[in-house]
Design a protein around this ligand. Structure first.
Ligand code: MLT
Length: 338
């Protein structure tokens, strides 16, 4: 039905009303069928499956603002945090597939299908892909008064005090959870995990000294590192970052091969018409070309993906490959959420 309405609307573009003409050109391309409002005819909600003020929230709000301009409708952000991102993902998988409820989620979409053996939604079949957004480096950080001034000293401290050192994360399936697991495996010493609804609130506690260590995305840590509110030990990329040039890579700091980046993508509920996901993908591409957004991403240590990766097809292929990459790793580790 909706598919036909879009086709007819595109053919009848000459009948555009004055109201349609007032919308941005790209927004008008979705057309309008008599009795069928053009998409989008009202505000769109992007669900962030983590708390406000954290890295996913920051990326989403920057993207949403520019997408809204391109679509000619407000794009608002709703935070549905908890259970490592699965509560927010469930909300979107169960929403009407009409293009008005979307999900911006990260690498957790690749690990959750293996980590969670029982979920209230289908973590793979429940979604249509719209496009990849960014790949964000991570940083190993700690409260500023921790008794360690290098990664080697931090590792020695964790090995000595073992489970007395607290590690903050955003629940099983979060990037901070994955990075923490890889870090503990790399240094062969455990820490005590303290889960939050997102690393936004975890950062507040790290700054306040309630927790000791965290591995979090540069989109949440860069400003705190520059302000000296937390101590930084390493970036998890093969090269140093222009946004944090003084911070060594994990390899330089003594942990070769400890590399993690956090990819993000935009999703719609399964069954959302292809005309709508294609339109949303065009708006996403426009956002990722926006000069102010590119500059802001750079200041936060990241960059938008290339335009050809911000498409439903490229996103789906990448996501499927990521699920296939993590499943054997998680199964071998026997690390399940249930
Ligand atoms: C967040 O937005 O809070 C994060 O992406 C949490 C995480 O995955 O570590």
């Amino acid at each position: 039905m909706i598919r036909q309405a879009f086709r007819r609307a595109l053919l009848g573009a000459g009948l555009a009303t004055a109201a349609l003409l007032a919308l941005p050109a790209a927004a008008q391309q979705a057309g309008q069928q008599a009795g069928q409002p053009a998409y989008p005819s009202r505000s769109i909600t992007i669900v962030v499956p983590f708390a406000a003020g954290g890295p996913t929230d920051t990326v989403t709000r920057l993207v949403a603002e520019v997408m809204g301009r391109d679509l000619g409708q407000p794009v608002v952000v709703e935070n549905v945090g908890g259970a490592g991102g699965t509560l927010g993902a469930a909300r979107v998988a169960q929403a009407r597939p009409d293009g008005y409820t979307l999900l911006l989620h990260h690498i957790g979409m690749g690990t959750t299908p293996a980590l969670y053996r029982r979920l209230a939604y289908d973590p793979v079949g429940g979604f249509e892909t719209i496009g990849l957004v960014t790949e964000v480096p991570m940083t190993v950080i700690a409260r500023k008064d921790i008794a360690a001034n290098s990664l080697a000293e931090l590792v020695a401290l964790v090995r000595r005090d073992q489970t007395k050192i607290n590690y903050a994360n955003a629940g099983i399936g979060a990037a901070s959870h994955l990075c923490g697991l890889l870090l503990q495996k790399a240094i062969d010493a455990p820490m005590t995990t303290v889960p939050y609804r997102g690393t936004g609130p975890a950062m507040t506690d790290l700054i306040g000294g309630t927790v000791d260590v965290m591995c979090d995305q540069t989109t949440n840590t860069t400003q705190q590192i520059r302000a000296g509110s937390v101590k930084v030990f390493a970036v998890t990329t093969p090269q140093r970052l222009p946004a944090l040039p003084e911070v060594p890579t994990a390899a330089e700091a003594g942990l070769p091969g400890f590399e993690v980046t956090v990819w993000h993508g935009l999703y719609a509920p399964k069954g959302t018409p292809a005309e709508i996901t294609t339109r949303l993908s065009r708006a996403l591409q426009a956002a990722l070309r926006d000069e102010k957004l590119v500059a802001r991403f750079a200041d936060l240590g990241t960059a938008p993906v290339a335009q050809e990766r911000a498409t439903p097809e490229a996103h789906r292929a990448f996501w499927q490959a990521d699920i296939a990459k993590w499943r054997p790793v998680i199964q071998a580790a026997g690390q399940y959420a249930d």
